[in-house]
Every structure is written in structure tokens, then in C-alpha cells.
Design a protein. Structure first.
Length: 106
């Protein structure tokens, strides 16, 4: 509890010296990119959930003014079965997918 920063740094340096240069570099890389990797994993999980989110029946995309004009046209033409499919249609933005999700959750 009463360790000074210098003592802590010295103890840490001794521990790190026991590892190879490659292991130290790997630890530094993992530390730097950990937050980024977590965000990527969360995004991948959201995409898996979208893939399973069923669009039941034929929707009237024209009656959804919050969708972009292009998204309405493409969705009417393609009639995706899941939000995952809808998210992969060119011209359908993430904002459009969010609008669909809100509409389907009503």
C-alpha cells in the first residue's frame, strides 16, 4: 500500500526482464489494442444478432419516412428476410437498419 512509484517501477522492470523481447512486445501490443479489439468483438456480436433478427412478413417500407429514399427503394425491391440481410444491401445505411429495428420492435 505504501509503495512508492519508483519501487513499483523497479519491481515491474525486474519481472519484465524475465520475459523475452518478443513476449514483452506482444504484451505491449495487446495492451495498446485491447480496447479496440473489445469494440470489434462487440460489433461482431451485434452483427450476429442482426443476422438472426427476422423481418416478419412484407413491410411497407414506403410508409417509413425515417428511412432514406434509396433504402426504401432497395428494401422494397429486395425484401430481405433478416436485418442482417438488410444491413448488407448497398444504399441501406446503419441508420436505416436502426430505423427498421425500432419499427420491428413495436
Amino acid at each position: 500500500p505504501n509503495l512508492e512509484v519508483f519501487q513499483l517501477a523497479h519491481a515491474l522492470a525486474e519481472k519484465l526482464a524475465a520475459f523475452s523481447e518478443e513476449a514483452r512486445e506482444q504484451a505491449i501490443i495487446q495492451t495498446k489494442y485491447e480496447t479496440y479489439l473489445q469494440k470489434e468483438q462487440q460489433q461482431a456480436q451485434r452483427m450476429r444478432e442482426l443476422e438472426d433478427f427476422q423481418i416478419r412478413g412484407r413491410l411497407n417500407y414506403g410508409a417509413m419516412p425515417a428511412l432514406s429514399h434509396e433504402a426504401r427503394e432497395k428494401l422494397l425491391k429486395i425484401q430481405p428476410e433478416t436485418l442482417g440481410q438488410a444491413s448488407r444491401i448497398s444504399g441501406v445505411s446503419p441508420a436505416d437498419v436502426s430505423v427498421l429495428m425500432v419499427y420491428l420492435n413495436r
